[in-house]
Design a binder for this molecule. Sequence first.
Ligand code: 13P
Length: 254
Amino acid sequence: MRQPLIAGNWKMNGSKSSAESLLNGVVSGARGLSKTDVAVCVPYPYLYLGESLLAGSSVRLGAQNLCTEAGGAFTGEVSGSMLADFGCGYVICGHSERREYYGENEASIAQKMVRAVESGLTPILCVGETLQQREAGETESVIGTQIDGIIERIGIDAFDGIEIAYEPVWAIGTGMTATPEQAQAVHAFIRGRIAALKGPIAEKLRILYGGSMKPGNAAELLGQPDIDGGLIGGASLSADDFLAICQAGEQLAA
Ligand code: 13P
């Protein structure tokens, strides 16, 4: 069994004071966890706070985006090396909100993944279909195209050591969770796609589920053979809820 990873994606939420109490709450609650990896992907302005409050704990710091370029005249952008400088271990690449609102596509996402790895960060590559695509029976072709678009650009070996998050767009922030069977089917499809090219990479690849994962549904989802963790949005804004999901991972890993 792959060690579960539970990662919080705070999105554009919080304030200095709420970030501080959330980070402190996660650090103290995560102390007893030994079989689950935990990370929080915070907004850029709270990275410094995250770096200092997570120091000495097992909770890893992550960011939600990075620039396609390594540095220079790119006003408003943040590079992978800056994230690493603040102690980040992870960076989310290609979240559906960035694909939809900021025009990210396989070309820019692949470039960001390269920059992340160059900076020593682990990319969390997000893929997922819309409700319309699911209802049209296109789920596998959409996800397959998203994965293949990255492989074509940076090669299958770039998947060695990264994390993938399957996030059905229709389940994000809607309270509509994929059933464990629906999620498992897509996770198995993703692993199969990678396995067809490199079996050993597929075998160790962690595929996280994201989309309204909560304390009440986490155990069932995480209990599926190809679901290796969660990328948690709304529930990661409450230390208690986030830690309850981490506990579900810990119990299954035990
Ligand atoms: P929710 O958990 O709020 O549905 O968000 C999921 C997500 O987008 C994590 O990246």
